[in-house]
Design a protein around this ligand. Structure first.
Ligand code: SF4
Ligand code: SF4
Length: 315
């Protein structure tokens, strides 16, 4: 029988913001959404890919063009006069070997996405476990970890057998069958509501919100025993107006849910968009002022919902 494998693009140990206690966080590749403010765009597609860091490239300084010759898709043009290489990302999508990464001696071209088996995950888990303390565990983020639901379920089952606390951070944009099957093995979930208006949701994420809202409703029903915290990324000029905040709080309230975590927009993903060959639409957007966050918090709390700002969520 073929071994279940998953593509992971990052692993962070000792995280204290992604669930109870000290945790190990696995970032799985693939996401059904394309949020235009995303901080991890390298995790959008469920496949290995190359990232290009111009700051490490010595194309102009030393006349290097090793990657251009190595690329079987002829996707790379090294322009030594411009001090940069240009990658045709449409051609690059067809690559299986990432020969450019091997050719680059400067690590300007770096691979993103490493295959893990369930035992591979547990090598990391067993290494980190001694540092978690009484309340720690494993968190699965992404991308959206449910994109690789077979692999994720296999890992979660193993965690459950080992009495390890599990958290997922998900968009919730999956079929009911997949969503509820995965959630059987999850103790704690952060699920996002990006916008209550279907069209506005589609405009900035590429998908509507109906599936997401239905799945949140399923978790809120008696069919699930874990703890659910709704997350709202606060994106200036998109979803931070009073009407949307009121509508979101009313919806959460109608389901009998009690906790919302608002996450202020930040620009930390900016350089990653460039490394993936994309233009970040929010590169000029200013962070959300503290007063605005506290105003949103008060609006939500007036509805009888506890609202945590940023990393304030208690576990
Ligand atoms: S990943 Fe493959 S196709 Fe893309 S630039 Fe590198 S060698 Fe070429
Ligand atoms: S091989 Fe690396 S350093 Fe050389 S041109 Fe390509 S990306 Fe730049």
């Amino acid at each position: 029988m073929q071994e279940t494998k998953g593509l992971v693009f990052d692993v962070q140990s000792y995280s204290v913001h992604d669930g109870p206690g000290c945790r190990t966080v696995f970032f799985l590749m693939g996401c059904p959404l394309r949020c235009q403010w995303c901080a991890n765009p390298e995790g959008w597609e469920n496949r290995q890919r190359t990232m290009y860091r111009v700051s490490k490239c010595v194309c102009g300084k030393q006349g290097c063009s090793r990657c251009q010759g190595a690329c079987p898709q002829e996707a790379i043009t090294a322009d030594t006069s411009q001090d940069t290489v240009t990658i045709d990302w449409n051609k690059c999508k067809n690559c299986t070997g990432m020969k450019c990464v091997d050719a680059c001696l400067q690590e300007a071209l770096a691979p993103c996405g490493k295959w893990y088996t369930v035992p591979d995950v547990f090598k990391v888990v067993n290494r980190d476990r001694q540092y978690w303390g009484r309340e720690g565990g494993v968190t699965f983020s992404g991308g959206d970890p449910l994109t690789q639901h077979s692999f994720l379920t296999a890992v979660l089952k193993r965690c459950q057998e080992a009495y390890i606390h599990t958290t997922v951070e998900t968009s919730g944009c999956f079929s009911e069958d997949i969503f509820m099957e995965v959630m059987k093995y999850v103790d704690f979930a952060f699920v996002d509501i990006k916008h209550m208006d279907e069209n506005k949701h589609r405009e900035q994420t590429g998908v509507g919100n109906q599936t997401i809202l239905r799945n949140i409703g399923l978790l809120a029903s008696k069919r699930w025993n874990g703890r659910l915290v709704i997350r709202i990324p606060i994106i200036p000029g998109y979803n931070d107006d009073d009407a949307n905040i009121t509508a979101t709080a009313a919806y959460v309230n109608s389901l009998g849910l009690e906790e919302i975590n608002i996450l202020p927009f930040h620009r930390l993903g900016d350089s990653k968009w460039r490394q993936c060959g994309m233009v970040y639409p929010y590169s000029e957007t200013e962070p959300v002022p503290e007063e605005k966050l506290r105003h949103i918090q008060q609006m939500i709390q007036r509805r009888g919902i506890i609202c945590y700002v940023g990393h304030e969520t208690p576990f």
